[in-house]
Design a protein around this ligand. Structure first.
Ligand SMILES: C[S@@+](CC[C@H](N)C(=O)[O-])C[C@H]1O[C@@H](n2cnc3c(N)ncnc32)[C@H](O)[C@@H]1O
Length: 543
């Protein structure tokens, strides 16, 4: 007996009509049938600073966060909403071959809900990540055939179909793969923007490779360097682009049949005077415009990313082996050049970059490398988990591979050939996620936690400690203070600090009204409500 048998004809018709109205185009997955993810919680997240694992003494612009990215993203949504210019992620591909852990177990290819489980896992994180993107920002996601189609639909849902930018092909192999029916040589890089119109305005050109630059030569020993010729004709008939041109050797040229010159005569004369027209070795040929290599700002990126330009999987493995001196540190790293390509397209030299499936930390290496190349000050936030399992409870990928790799890149290391590689400098704060169940929030207030969150909220580098009762930091003329109590000595110290500061200041206090009365004219803000709740304080309660 079907469960509809008790319905009358009218009820069945009404039900069908409702179904028709509700049915919509899009991605559907079995959200209600899958086992809920243990990592999904509404506990408050805190970030603990581990000085022994951080690199340098701070203050730090770069962060490595150890923990589940669901928790880290929830925290970052409080401190970094709208600030991240570029997100790169390389999530588990859900191959069915032990690459995707969910509630401490793997799914094999036969599991009925394996796509739904993966989609739900990704959906939860992408929705949080979306809020972190700057209005000019973009997200690049590595994926292969296992989940490409579901992921594309999911990205449409989270970021909007209109914000799809491209699906790039990364040629991950350089040698043939003969095991499959058709050899597998590539993966994908799905690109979406917070706003595709805005992204089109801000995305960068990429530099020419030497192969692309080869067509620029200098047979004439031109002091302006290598050049190439660009044909000076265009399709169609435009009366003011149909003039006669006389070459230096006296040959009269008119545009070829069905075409016109690409510029009007006064423009052509300007090029001629500037020595930018080439009539061939003998001075008789049809005119061409000279374009110097030094004029080329770059080329528009396209969707074909060959291994010669962005590296391959072998290169990635060697890179990590070279730094960590072991072949088994991490199985699925990406090549640094691949992520560098993303950063070149999508970031300006002082942008913030996030990777919340950071694995072995390749993204940080790419950020540091590009900064070294162009003098930039890009900052990174990496989130990596420990990958500890019941079989390997002591494993800590974030600490031993990700942070260690980045530390060596910053400080320098000895490579496999025994050569010393100079460090690229910089440092990072190593943070670990800690969960506070809501019912146990009235714990002792940790001022360091409050101060770290306030610094992140205001884009200040993270200090190693908070000097309580007054924590103070200055960043690009912006002063930030956290006053933990209103005792006379504390207020006196704040006054002293304020008198020595030129520029804007924001002071945070648990008792804004009282402090405002003491310090008229100073911008005093209450501890944001999300933080106040997080650290067990009710609104207005003084420490
Ligand atoms: C494919 S790897 C990323 C590799 C990285 N692009 C690189 O070059 O090293 C995906 C990483 O995400 C990690 N991961 C999976 N689920 C996670 C989660 N919920 N939170 C944080 N990391 C997670 C995996 O353990 C793995 O290290």
């Amino acid at each position: 007996m079907s469960s509809y048998d008790h319905l009358s004809r009218e009820q069945l018709v009404a039900l069908l009509k409702r179904r028709e109205r509700e049915a919509s185009y899009g991605l559907v997955w079995e959200r209600d049938k899958i086992e809920p993810e243990g990592a999904i919680n509404d506990d408050f997240v805190a970030l603990d600073l581990d000085l022994s694992l951080s690199c340098g003494d701070g203050p730090w612009q770069n962060l490595i966060i150890e923990g589940d990215n669901f928790d880290a993203l929830r925290y970052l949504r409080m401190t970094h909403a709208g600030k991240v210019k570029c997100i790169y992620i390389d999530p588990p591909y859900n191959t069915g071959n032990r690459d995707f852990v969910y509630n401490d177990h793997f799914f094999d290819k036969t599991h009925r809900f394996r796509h739904s489980v993966w989609l739900e896992f990704m959906y939860r994180r992408l929705v949080l990540a979306r809020d972190l993107l700057h209005p000019d920002g973009s997200i690049f996601v590595s994926i292969d055939d296992n989940e490409l189609f579901p992921l594309g639909m999911l990205m449409n849902r989270v970021f909007g179909e209109k914000n799809f930018v491209a699906n790039c092909i990364w040629q991950k192999r350089y040698s043939r793969e003969n095991r499959e029916t058709i050899g597998d040589a590539h993966e994908y890089m799905l690109v979406y923007a917070a706003n595709s119109e805005r992204f089109k305005e801000v995305r960068n050109l990429i530099p020419l490779t030497e192969t692309q630059a080869k067509i620029y030569k200098n047979p004439t020993k031109d002091p302006k360097g290598r050049w190439r010729t660009i044909p000076m004709t265009a399709q169609g008939y435009r009366p003011n682009q149909m003039y006669e041109i006389v070459s230096p050797a006296g040959v009269v040229h008119l545009p070829p049949e069905g075409r016109c010159w690409s510029t009007i005569e006064p423009e052509f004369n300007k090029h001629l005077e500037a020595g930018r027209i080439y009539f061939g070795k003998d001075g008789k040929s049809q005119p061409n415009i000279i374009r110097y290599l030094s004029d080329v700002e770059g080329i528009v990126p396209w969707t074909w990313w060959p291994h010669e330009e962005v590296g391959h999987t072998d290169e990635a493995r060697k890179e990590i082996q070279d730094i960590l001196e072991t072949q088994t540190a991490f199985n699925t790293p990406k090549p640094v050049r691949l992520i560098e390509r993303i950063l070149r397209i999508a970031t300006q030299p002082d942008d913030m970059i996030l990777d919340f499936f950071a694995g072995s930390g390749t993204t940080a290496q790419a950020v540091l490398k590009l900064n070294a190349e162009d003098g930039g000050t890009r900052r990174f936030i990496l989130v990596s988990n420990s990958e500890a399992t019941v079989e390997a409870p002591d494993k800590n990928l974030c600490r031993d591979v990700c942070a260690e790799r980045v530390r060596r890149i910053m400080r320098g290391y000895r490579n496999r050939k025994g050569e010393d590689v100079t460090g690229l400098g910089s440092g990072f704060a190593y943070l670990t996620t800690r969960l506070h169940p809501r019912h146990r929030l009235d714990v002792r207030l940790d001022h360091g936690q409050v101060w770290r969150a306030l610094q992140m909220l205001h884009d200040h580098p993270l200090a190693a400690s908070a000097t309580i009762p007054l924590a103070w930091s200055t960043h690009s003329d912006h002063g930030l203070a956290y006053l933990s109590n209103l005792r006379a000595e504390s207020v006196a110290r704040l006054k002293e600090q304020l008198s020595g500061h030129i520029g804007e200041v924001v002071v945070y206090s648990w008792a804004t009204d009282r402090l405002e009365a003491i310090l008229p004219g100073v911008t005093i803000r209450p501890i944001p409500q999300t933080l106040a709740e997080r650290f067990g304080r009710r609104k207005g309660k003084t420490a």
